[in-house]
Design a protein around this ligand. Structure first.
Ligand SMILES: [Zn+2]
Length: 134
């Protein structure tokens, strides 16, 4: 487990993505409907999360941003998996890839409103989700 894992990040709203992405910054382009960052484990890999109803959703509360569902990085050795919530990174710990995929599928179902808990406001859905995991 890497010791350079971040727990706090900064978000930046941009029109166009910069050539070089800084570590620990979540670049949000609403125009292009995409969020980019370097993997928060510190490995440097660029991670793209497209914003779309069936992809990721960004929540901006006026001060901080949250991304939903979770971010999983499969194509690189670190295989990081985390949530970004209110400019914080919540690490999922060591889950098997299988388990993470099931979890992500369930999150997506909830986002798309086809899960068993439909209809529940998004905030409630999330806190219930966290309670379940504890
Ligand atoms: Zn990484």
């Amino acid at each position: 487990m890497s010791t350079s894992r971040r727990t706090r990040v900064r978000h930046e709203f941009v029109d166009a993505m910069p050539e070089q992405l800084d570590e620990g910054v979540l670049y949000v382009s609403v125009n292009r409907r995409i969020v980019l960052h370097r993997c928060f484990c510190g490995c440097g890999q660029e991670v793209a999360t497209p914003l779309a109803p069936h992809e990721w959703q960004l929540e901006f509360d006026g001060e901080s941003v949250s991304l939903f569902p979770s971010v999983g990085v499969w194509g690189i050795p670190c295989q990081s998996h985390y949530w970004v919530e209110n400019d914080r990174v919540i690490w999922s710990g060591r889950l098997s890839r299988d388990k993470i995929e099931r979890l992500r599928r369930r999150e997506r179902e909830e986002v798309e409103g086809i899960g068993p808990e439909h209809p529940v406001p998004k905030k409630d859905r999330r806190s219930r989700f966290w309670r379940r995991r504890r």
